[in-house]
Ligand binder design. Structure first.
Ligand code: UN1
Length: 494
């Protein structure tokens, strides 16, 4: 902690500059320049970003397409070596990157440290897997005893479109997977976190990834994302973000008059936790508070709707109230802060509107207070409401708001079905000491990640693959054994 706290101080006045990186050249001019300010205090300048213009989008795709034959022809182990060097550089620059995650994305220091760690893990995991599995053709044994050789190669130019909530980890997770599998990449980071993406690509070039293989295009979905995904030269898209944007990209890919391509999407959720009367209340409350309020609720895995069996509801809700009274909302660089700001004023206003609308149809259980020191930032008070049913929630509320629903013992299946009917299927938490109950819930619920008797955030690369079903995404899971294959095409020598 201490060294990272010091690097946040060391970079307290630093101004970062970013723009498109095309063929290794960092450009300071584009469509327009966007001034970056800190989410915890909008008076604080963090730097500037030049957003890409239409000509730059076109040029980036051309260069990536021209470089594809050379890059894909390299042995997988050589591509993997570049990513291992990138991971080394991320570790060497952790101090600056934690400071940047704090200043640009408003992350707490602990979240910043976790972010860099996860980015390193993604790079090393995909590099190891590619070196091991794509270096040699794989023998496939037929039932008749004969053997065929299956080899894997890239598909062409991949578009990687990533979110602001994991501005380094998810950004580099997508880009490193696409690259190491043999594709060249055009990356469009979330416009709120372009400085972090820019720094990551600088390090990637320093690590030896050829300048033609990775192009960076900061900008908005309308100005950069849309022309990118409608371009017939794009051979695949990796996307993490909202379900609506995923649907838009899907339509745009389908409308192209060219070959069909893979679309890998990880999207939103309406994540629930089910607590039955055998659960341990203290443990439930610890896991609820972390799942709902850590990272200011800005994880797609975060808990949104807590279902508690009536028999223990009063006791658990009482404990949640007590725990929320202890939650410290504040500036993210302070060691004492549990909940920092949300990403921007648009997010804040949307969440505050939701809180306002709940006040008419729900019972406020608890609400933390925002200290005066936070008045210039985009903060939302962590809040918990009792609501009559999950049906009152129309959308995912991407912030520190917990909804609580009581249910009776004989309503368990009905509750699971209601959760399934939302169409989302990302994470689910279950607290029960009855094995029959949690096994039954696991089987009946349609979710990507089901967590039993623990919190439901913080998936670990290579240990706990992460991704959803239904409206929550296409799979395969990031950080799992099948993700890389989706970026490849396979060829059989018979
Ligand atoms: C996301 O928020 O887009 O398990 C996905 C977790 C994180 C979720 C990342 N890996 O909490």
């Amino acid at each position: 902690w201490q060294p990272f706290s010091e690097s946040v101080q060391a970079f307290a006045d630093h101004q970062w500059q970013a723009g498109p990186i095309i063929n290794g050249v960092a450009l300071q001019a584009g469509e327009r320049v966007f001034a970056v300010t800190a989410p915890y205090d909008r008076r604080e300048s963090v730097g500037n970003v030049a957003f890409a213009n239409a000509a730059q989008v076109n040029e980036a795709i051309s260069i990536a397409a021209d470089t594809y034959p050379q890059w894909s022809a390299l042995p997988a182990a050589e591509r993997a070596a570049c990513l291992q060097r990138l991971a080394d550089l991320l570790e060497e620059n952790t101090g600056e990157l934690v400071a940047l995650c704090h200043r640009e994305a408003g992350k707490t220091i602990q979240d910043g440290i976790d972010e860099i760690r996860e980015a390193v893990d993604f790079c090393r995991f995909y590099a190891n897997q590619a070196a091991e599995e794509f270096s040699q053709p794989k023998p496939v044994m037929g039932f008749d005893g004969t053997t065929r050789q299956l080899s894997y190669q890239g598909r062409g130019v991949f578009a990687c479109i990533s979110p602001w909530n994991f501005p380094l980890a998810i950004f580099l997770g997508q880009v490193s997977a696409a690259l190491v599998a043999g594709n060249t990449v055009v990356a469009k980071p979330a416009e709120q976190t372009s400085l972090i993406a820019f720094r990551a690509i600088e390090l990637m070039l320093e690590a030896g990834v050829p300048t033609g293989a990775i192009q960076l295009l900061p900008g908005t979905g309308a100005e950069v994302g849309a022309p990118l995904t409608s371009d017939p030269r794009i051979a695949g898209v990796a996307f993490t973000g909202s379900t609506e944007t995923a649907q838009r990209i899907n339509r745009s890919l389908a409308a192209r008059d060219c070959e069909p391509v893979p679309f890998i999407a990880e999207t939103g959720g309406q994540n629930a936790m089910l607590v039955d009367s055998t659960a341990l209340p203290e443990q439930v409350v610890r896991d609820v508070v972390r799942s709902a309020f850590a990272s200011a609720g800005q994880r797609c895995s975060a808990l949104r709707v807590l279902f508690i069996q009536q028999d223990i509801a009063d006791r658990v809700i009482g404990l949640i109230k007590g725990a929320m009274a202890e939650l410290s909302v504040g500036r993210p660089e302070l060691h004492s802060t549990d909940v920092g700001p949300v990403i921007d004023v648009t997010a804040r206003d949307k969440l505050l509107t939701h809180i306002q609308s709940l006040k008419n149809q729900a019972k406020l259980v608890a609400q933390a207070t925002i200290p005066d020191s936070c008045q210039h930032g985009d903060f939302v008070p962590p809040s918990a409401f009792e609501i009559p049913s999950i049906d009152v929630l129309e959308n995912e509320n991407f912030g520190p708001i917990l909804h609580i629903v009581r249910f009776k013992a004989n309503e368990l299946d009905q509750v699971i079905d209601q959760i399934n009917q939302t169409g989302f299927g990302l994470t689910m938490g279950v607290h029960s000491r009855n094995e029959r109950t949690y096994s039954h819930i696991e089987r009946r619920a349609r979710v990507g990640n089901c967590y039993i008797n623990r919190d439901q955030v913080g998936a670990v690369v290579g240990v706990q693959p992460f991704g959803g079903q239904g409206l929550s995404g296409t799979g395969p899971k990031a950080g799992g054994p099948h993700y890389l294959y989706r970026f490849t095409q396979d060829c059989v020598e018979a």
